[in-house]
Design a protein around this ligand. Sequence first.
Ligand SMILES: Cc1cc2nc3c(=O)[nH]c(=O)nc-3n(C[C@H](O)[C@H](O)[C@H](O)COP(=O)(O)O)c2cc1C
Length: 192
Amino acid sequence: MKKLIVIDSCMRAESRTKLILDAAVAELSKRYEVEIIDVNSVKLSPLDKITYVEQRENGNIPPLAVELARKVAACDRLVVAAPFWDMSFPAILKSFFENISLFDITFTDDGTTCVGLCKCEKVLFITTRGMDIKTGDPLDQGSPYLAALSFLWGLGEVITVAATNMDYLSPEDLVLRIEAAKTEAVEICKEF
Ligand SMILES: Cc1cc2nc3c(=O)[nH]c(=O)nc-3n(C[C@H](O)[C@H](O)[C@H](O)COP(=O)(O)O)c2cc1C
């Protein structure tokens, strides 16, 4: 069975993003061996002035970071789920990506530029946004980041499912919007 990794950066117990993710995972589990990485449970320090020097300049990459980077590099498909925070996604997810963005694991170089090393061919990004900001709007800085990371790591096409205007819809419309996003995600997952 092909391997799919879910990078779950949902933050709230009542997360709307998680509702859409759960629907997608239920569909994907029919065809993939799914492993979920809960970003909130990964105990890796953010790369700051001290950890950068300790880890990157002295070659002391935490074994957990190497293990997770290898897993992500080897998987066939990737799903990333995160709420829209401060016009992007939570910093803990960016920190996770930085920790596992490792030379000769997720990317390398060919002497002139960086080249991705990941096996993954498609990424599904699931998000919900408080304001009515559509994917592709310059105000959305979440999905463009993933597209850029896909370029660096060689992850393939990034497909975004976004439910927007979450904080301004009536309770009835909110339910309908989430259901529509779940249906959209499940349809994508059938071909993913
Ligand atoms: C810390 C924080 C930052 C947020 N920043 C934004 C923002 O910049 N723009 C926006 O449209 N919504 C923002 N929101 C609203 C969320 O995107 C929205 O409520 C989303 O549905 C939350 O996802 P969740 O239900 O999965 O937690 C923010 C919410 C929180 C808690």
